[in-house]
Design a protein around this ligand. Structure first.
Ligand SMILES: Nc1nc2c(c(=O)[nH]1)N[C@H]1C(S)=C(S)[C@@H](COP(=O)(O)O)O[C@H]1N2
Ligand SMILES: [Mo]
Length: 396
């Protein structure tokens, strides 16, 4: 039986160190917030600080050279200040209630007794890249480091719900974790999925990340994994699953985390949307990791333009790369395929033969033809950024 304990003091110690540094701010020149202040929280390596209470920590760019994001480097995002700092597995239970036949309380051993499944899946915050929105929008000013690719292992939500017996008139399934607001007026972080979505094969209650127990900050002892969908649904430190016979309309589902109800989830910059829907599946993205914005490259020497691409559960068909600001394109070579929810690495060798300024671009297309726009699409919450990025380099 395992329990993971950080004293409140450990956290406070970290927090007080942090309060002495200046808060992260400003729009990064690079598309990653490489300029931000680094901090180290329990079980994590040095990450870029956005806020300390609640912790919002961004992954530094160099970790994106890796196919799998190490546990200690995965970004951290909590919404409300009282986050769990220790969980005792002797008393922890996952409670299943609401519109079901048999209320359940599962221990970690019960959960581990269910068929064990793994998904390698990108976890990405809906607001990843928000600092690049113009006009600027409210919310955490993330660079592009609020994402990671992790192998998640746990029990299928579907198997858990089958044990509980979901009643026929159910509409949604809601998920709550052990975190709470600092005051009763701060809404608890509760999210819901349509019942058909919740019963999909690939949704898991994960108790391992990359073969190890979850880190405290990434949701120990268990979290929801909704492959292909934005991180907001991946409820951490999960404690309650409640089947509902109506739509959940609490704060974190409405008005928060909603997008304009149209195919691009976008509206003219600065305007207000009409109808909105809860944010859901991720769009297609590619990011150039090397070289970086502003790099100087030698002439006549081959370099690799490399990066990663992913889409909301349909796998990447191809990535094309331009070195002339989008006039001409070449298809990049794709790396090892870890499945439709994983990101895939791409690389294109390039030997510049003339001095000058070059604008590198990458554009991914998924297996159902979804791709990336050339222009910034705008929405008032700064969600779903997937513009084709430009990386300017100098040769010679
Ligand atoms: N309990 C709980 N789960 C949560 C959140 C939260 O605030 N509380 N934030 C969500 C959001 S918006 C994101 S992007 C992911 C971030 O997961 P990570 O901290 O493991 O990177 O957790 C999700 N799960
Ligand atoms: Mo998020």
């Amino acid at each position: 039986m395992k329990s993971r304990v950080f004293s409140r003091r450990d956290f406070l110690k970290t927090a007080s160190t942090i309060s002495m540094v200046t808060a992260f701010g400003g729009i990064p020149v690079d598309l990653f917030a490489s300029e931000g202040k680094l901090v180290r929280f329990p079980e994590k390596t040095d990450l870029i600080l956005l806020t300390s209470r609640p912790p919002q920590l961004e992954t530094p760019k160099h970790f994106f050279k890796e196919l799998i994001t190490p546990n200690e480097a995965l970004f951290v995002r909590w919404h409300i200040a009282n986050i769990p700092t220790s969980v005792d597995l002797r008393t922890w239970r996952l409670k299943i209630g609401g519109n079901i036949e048999h209320p359940l309380e599962l221990s970690m051993d019960d959960l581990k007794g269910l068929p064990k499944v793994s998904d390698t899946a990108v976890l990405q915050c809906a607001g990843n890249g928000r600092s690049l929105f113009n006009p600027r929008v409210f919310g955490g000013q993330w660079g592009n480091g609020a994402m990671g690719n992790v192998t998640w292992t746990g029990a299928r939500l579907k198997d858990i719900l089958a044990k509980a017996g979901v009643k026929g008139d159910s509409v949604e399934v809601a998920f709550n974790g052990l975190d709470s607001g600092p005051l009763p007026t701060v809404p608890d972080f509760v999210k819901s999925l349509p019942v058909d979505k919740a019963l999909e094969e690939d949704i898991i209650v994960a108790y391992e990340m990359n073969g190890k127990p979850l880190t405290m900050l990434n949701g120990f002892p268990a979290r929801l994994v909704v492959p292909g969908w934005y991180g907001t649904y991946w409820v951490k430190a999960i404690s309650d699953v409640t089947v509902l016979s109506k739509t959940l309309e609490e704060f974190w589902m409405k008005p928060a985390y909603r997008i304009p109800d149209n195919p691009c989830a976008c509206i003219p910059p600065g305007t207000q949307p009409g109808k909105t829907v809860p944010i859901n599946r991720m769009n297609t993205r590619s990011l150039i990791i090397e070289p970086s914005q502003g790099n100087r490259l030698p002439m006549g020497k081959e370099v690799a333009i490399s990066g990663l691409a992913f889409s909301g559960g349909y796998g990447i068909k191809d990535v094309i790369v331009s070195v002339d600001g989008g006039k001409t394109w070449k298809e990049a070579k794709l790396g090892k395929d870890l499945g439709k929810y994983s990101w895939i690495q791409f690389t294109l060798p390039w030997k510049p033969t003339q001095k000058g300024q070059y604008t590198l671009m990458a554009r991914a297309t998924n297996s159902i033809g979804e791709s990336q726009p050339f222009d910034h699409l705008w929405n008032p919450s700064g969600y779903m950024l997937n513009t084709i990025e430009k990386v300017d380099v100098t040769v010679g």
